[in-house]
Design a protein around this ligand. Structure first.
Ligand SMILES: Cc1ncc(COP(=O)(O)O)c(C=O)c1O
Length: 387
């Protein structure tokens, strides 16, 4: 049945392409969240998330909400009011995570990298030697700048200098498109959401917590500062579904979990391995970035080694802006996003090339994006008389 379903023609990448099978699974007949048919679907999602993030003992939390709810989970479960948090800032999403931590009473210190850069090892080491932080957070890919932080390095320096500090990776724009080795790199929490590399419509907060993070939660002196986001309430629910029975705290987004199941299955047991998936993202990224370079477009990330593999952030050519480029691309059925970082908002745009666009070459998405960009820049320059 599912193979007969084809989604309507649409603009790409939109900002990420969702497979027909995933959308079709979202149209599953309405089911009770305690029905025997649904229990294994939820349970398998929990197990497949572990596989996706390369962990044996990490504890997934799949809770209705968006990526932002992951910040609330970290802030309310792992940081007690008055405790210190270190936020590594490589763009807009660092500020938002910091705001969220402060909303729950954390004392936040931010280390801000210049636009297009990531915080350096020396800066992290210095900060961790100066104060004791309960958590260190960083944005693996900051969606506003396309900067990729070196997760392995950050975790290493943090563990070495301050072994107790919890290492929190914001992977909303990274999970399933950037390499993340939860166990090998000794990460404590990954927060994500379904709507980017995980290839599913938005609506599910996707979190993975280490056993160490759960111990920290267990040893809190004060109560968890959220009701809905409380891991103490969600942990028995996740365990119940994983081990084959239903339990209730708040209703899960049943249809979305059916959809997520299909996408996770293709990520973990589809035609390509995780390693190959990461490789294809790197290759796709190289193609888009090379094409942009050939067109004379400058990237927001200052260093290619620190640029995301699932997206590309590019400054408009001198003399052109969003109004010259975005509508022309739209006419070619290509969706891009404008700028988000407040200091350079009107000066750059962002192209998504994660998930199906990167891994399924037969779709031709990358060719279409690159060709569309080449034609658009040429046409826009000609229309404005820009060289
Ligand atoms: C890096 C990053 N973190 C957090 C978020 C917040 O996620 P959401 O919009 O799903 O709440 C986003 C959203 O794009 C993001 O890109």
């Amino acid at each position: 049945m599912s193979t007969q379903f084809k989604q309507a023609e649409h603009k790409i990448p939109g900002p990420i392409e969702v497979a027909d099978e995933v959308l079709y699974a979202n149209a599953h007949p309405s089911m009770s969240h305690v029905s025997p048919e649904f229990i294994p679907v939820f349970g398998e999602c929990i197990k497949m998330l572990r596989e996706t993030l390369l962990t044996k003992a990490g504890q997934p939390f799949l809770i209705a909400g968006s990526g932002t709810l992951g910040w609330d989970q970290v802030a309310s479960n792992l940081v007690e009011p008055g405790e210190e948090a270190l936020v590594l800032h490589s763009g807009y999403f660092g500020d938002s995570f910091a705001d969220c931590l402060e909303a729950y009473g954390a004392k936040v210190t931010q280390i801000k990298a210049p636009i297009g850069a990531a915080v350096t090892e020396a800066q992290i080491e210095k900060a961790l030697k100066r104060s004791k932080y309960k958590v260190l957070t960083f944005t693996h890919v900051d969606t506003s700048t396309g900067v990729l932080s070196n997760a392995k390095m950050i975790a290493q320096v943090s563990r070495r200098v301050s072994p107790d500090t919890l290492i929190i990776l914001d992977g909303v724009c990274a999970v399933a498109s950037e390499e993340i080795r939860f166990d090998d790199w000794d990460i404590d929490v990954v927060i994500s959401a379904t709507q980017k590399g995980l290839g599913t419509p938005p609506g599910l907060s996707v979190v993975l917590a280490s056993q160490y993070a759960l111990n920290v939660l267990e040893n809190r002196k004060t109560p968890v500062t959220s009701y809905y986001a409380s891991w103490k309430r969600w942990l028995p629910i996740m365990k119940a579904y994983e081990f084959g029975s239903a339990a209730y705290f708040a209703t899960p987004p049943v249809n979305l979990i059916y959809a997520f199941h299909v996408s996770l299955k293709s990520i973990t047991h589809g035609g390509i391995s995780l390693e190959e998936r990461f490789h294809l993202h790197r290759e796709a990224s190289k193609r888009v970035k090379q094409a942009a370079f050939d067109l004379g477009l400058k990237q927001v990330p200052l260093d290619l080694d620190y640029s995301a593999n699932g997206m590309t952030a590019l400054y408009y050519p001198e003399g052109l802006d969003a109004d010259d480029i975005i509508p022309l691309l739209m006419k070619k059925d290509i969706v891009i996003a404008g700028g988000l970082h407040k200091d350079i908002k009107g000066k750059y745009f962002r192209i998504g090339h994660m998930g199906l666009t990167a891994v399924d070459g037969s779709r031709g998405d990358l060719d279409k994006i690159i060709q569309g960009l080449q034609e658009t820049i040429r046409e826009a320059k000609a229309a404005k008389g820009v060289q």
